[in-house]
Design a binder for this molecule. Structure first.
Ligand code: GLC
Length: 646
């Protein structure tokens, strides 16, 4: 049982009527429940001998932070607490968007609440909205403040109004907490640059190259083409600053307990605006150690659990999403292992599924997908995934080499093939993508491009090839059907519901043109939305198909995530089958064909799993009863079924 469940159990009687419960008493109960673990985590990271009085400071800080939370949010916390793991519900469907690109500003987003409701969205991830440097700022991931709203998006008041409206409409809000670094213009960075030794200690700073060189021996590069190396020289103070991402993003030094406490205060101040889900940005990088790659270190896990335990104590309705785009076996660790099981992040990006789906589209085979997914250990009980196809970032090819070899392919050649397939090297490939951060030293590269363009729609439209247009649309819908049924929260990237293509306008902006991730950050196509009633247009076809699937998802209780996703093998390498298992008659069997030709599987699998009655199967998506032919189930190119138990 994780700490949240333990607290719920202890508070069960009081939570029966959350409206009458005293938030203060429950805060004390949470503090008592979590204190042992908080102390253990804190003192492991910051031993008393080295940091006397630090723990006492934290103990004073927690009640002070609780006092800063509004009465309304304190009550909302209790309602969510009562619900338990609300984020596992099949009713959750998310959308990620850039406020300015979507509809100008925060007020513009508020005005589109009916659009979200129409599609069935009840979780919004707004990309960074706080102040940032004027020039390059990594799309706002270089933060000048954790709370001050940047003028271009509106005011603090607009944000509070929006969050209140979202709550009233039962829409959850997710914002980023850029926990690993600040911008070089953040007040601490400015003081450090002005010579403050105290604030220089908030970052990793060195007077010469000795330590930076020792780090560089094992540190990989995140942005090798635009920001090679991991340190930046600042002549103002004659110091090397650690800058793992861009030169203007300074890594915070979490070995300093003061940094942890001030960042915790920033986190609480941010969620106090009415945030439900905190996207913990780049959290794999939080702890640095010479001789390692400084990612996924045990201390980073202790630190994340410490953040989580403190957050849960102060604001128990708020949950954490791990943005750990790392190897499949490392991602699940962000849910917590051992006595931290279920005590790190409640949610994590299913980056493995995402990359494997694109791999399956390119290879038209599901072999690597099965191999990889089967090797991922079961996640803890009260956790869930964010399942997604595209986001604002690139697609990394972080598969295990061993798995690629085991299916008889060469790992380097396979990655090369994927880059070539998606990035316009193979003239027969339908995809229009771009290479991101090709590193000639390692041969590594990642892929950018919108869902529709990678699926082939851009090329098919330009060549006016009707068949190819249809195939691209079918791929887009099938891929979405997977994230909508796999187990976890589906997160649609705004624009993908309309099949939006790549946007090349970033090439005209000097601050963006070196970063091809902007090709997949288009403005929202409100013209397409205006003509959604013209059902034959491709944006309408995609929109209405997704809307229909979202509606179905919400009705099927078995699609809630209770770790009930089971993969089933077939003898057909082009097909993916998984079951969402339920009690008694509940259960949904999902079948997908990744090939451009029709494929068949032996109907006996369906029979064994009880999805066949009198030689026919029931498809929930089309509401059709489909009879088998010679005992075979046929799937057309990119066709999928959601079958009901017979
Ligand atoms: C995350 C963001 C990415 C950003 C990086 C550094 O990975 O998704 O866009 O560049 O963090 O903040």
């Amino acid at each position: 049982m994780n700490q949240a469940a333990l607290h719920r159990m202890l508070a069960e009687g009081v939570l029966k009527n959350p409206k009458k419960a005293s938030p203060e008493k429950l805060f004390e109960l949470r503090l008592t429940t979590n204190l042992g673990l908080i102390k253990e985590l804190f003192t492991k990271l910051y031993p008393k001998e080295l940091h006397p009085k630090s723990f006492e400071k934290l103990i004073d800080l927690l009640p002070a932070l609780f006092k800063t939370r509004s009465e309304e949010l304190k009550h909302q916390d209790l309602l969510l607490l009562k619900k338990g793991a609300w984020y596992q519900s099949q009713k959750m469907v998310g959308m990620q968007l850039y406020v300015d690109l979507f509809n100008k500003d925060l007020k513009g987003v508020e005005a589109k609440i009916p659009y979200f409701k129409k599609l069935g969205i009840n979780l919004l991830h707004l990309m960074p909205i706080t102040t940032r440097p004027k020039g390059e700022n990594d799309g706002g991931y270089a933060v000048n403040s954790y709370t001050a709203v940047d003028k271009r998006f509106g005011t603090q008041k607009d944000l509070l109004e929006l969050t209140a409206k979202l709550r009233a409409n039962n829409i959850f809000l997710m914002l980023d907490f850029v926990v690993n670094h600040t911008s070089e213009e953040y007040p601490w960075a400015k003081k450090a640059l002005a010579g403050s030794v105290k604030y220089q200690g908030y970052y990793h700073m060195f007077p010469d190259r000795n330590i930076p060189d020792a780090f560089e021996a094992t540190l990989p590069e995140v942005f090798p083409t635009t920001s090679p190396g991991n340190f930046t020289y600042r002549k103002e103070i004659d110091r090397w600053v650690m800058t793992v991402f861009n030169t203007y993003q300074w890594d915070l030094n979490y070995s300093n307990p003061q940094v942890f406490m001030e960042m915790l205060s920033n986190l609480i101040a941010m969620v106090n605006a009415g945030v439900d889900v905190v996207r913990f940005d780049a959290l794999a990088f939080l702890w640095k150690k010479i001789g390692t790659i400084s990612q996924n270190l045990p201390e980073a896990h202790l630190l994340i659990a410490l953040f989580r335990m403190c957050l849960q104590t102060v604001a128990p309705g708020v949950i954490l999403l791990a943005e750990a785009i790392v190897a499949p076996r490392d991602i699940v660790k962000y849910f917590g292992e051992g006595n931290l099981q279920g005590n790190e992040c409640e949610v994590a990006y299913n980056a493995s599924l995402m990359a494997l789906l694109w791999n399956s589209i390119a290879t038209k085979k599901t072999l690597l997908l099965y191999k990889s997914l089967k090797s991922i250990p079961q996640k803890p009980k009260e956790t869930t995934w964010i399942n997604y196809l595209r986001c604002h970032d690139d697609i990394g090819l972080g598969f295990e080499n061993q798995h690629i070899y085991e299916i008889g392919w060469d790992a380097d050649m396979h990655r090369r093939f994927l880059l070539d397939y998606y990035c316009q090297v193979l003239d027969w490939s339908p995809a229009t993508g771009y290479v991101f951060m090709h590193n000639p030293k390692t041969g590594d590269g990642r892929i950018t491009g919108s869902c529709a363009s990678l699926a082939g729609l851009e090329k098919a439209l330009s060549t006016k090839n009707q068949n190819a247009i249809q195939q691209a649309i079918d791929k887009i819908i099938m891929l979405h059907s997977i994230i909508l049924s796999y187990g976890g929260i589906p997160l649609i990237y705004a624009g993908d519901e309309l099949g939006t293509l790549n946007d090349y306008s970033y090439l005209n902006d000097t601050h963006k043109k070196e970063d091809s991730r902007w090709v997949n950050r288009p403005g929202h196509d409100w013209n397409a939305v205006k003509t959604l009633s013209q059902k034959e247009k491709y944006p309408s076809v995609i929109f209405h198909a997704l809307k229909w699937l979202i509606g179905l998802r919400k009705k099927l209780g078995v699609l809630a995530d209770s770790n009930n996703t089971m993969l089933h093998e077939t003898n057909n390498p082009h097909v993916l089958i998984y079951e969402r298992t339920g009690i008694k008659d509940a259960g949904v069997l999902v079948l997908c064909n990744f090939d451009e030709h029709p494929q068949v599987i032996d109907g006996s699998i369906l029979n064994q799993l009880c999805y066949l009655k009198n030689g026919a199967m029931q498809d929930i998506v089309s509401s059709k009863t489909i009879s088998l032919n010679s005992g075979l189930v046929q799937l057309d190119p990119y066709q999928f079924f959601w079958l009901m138990k017979a």
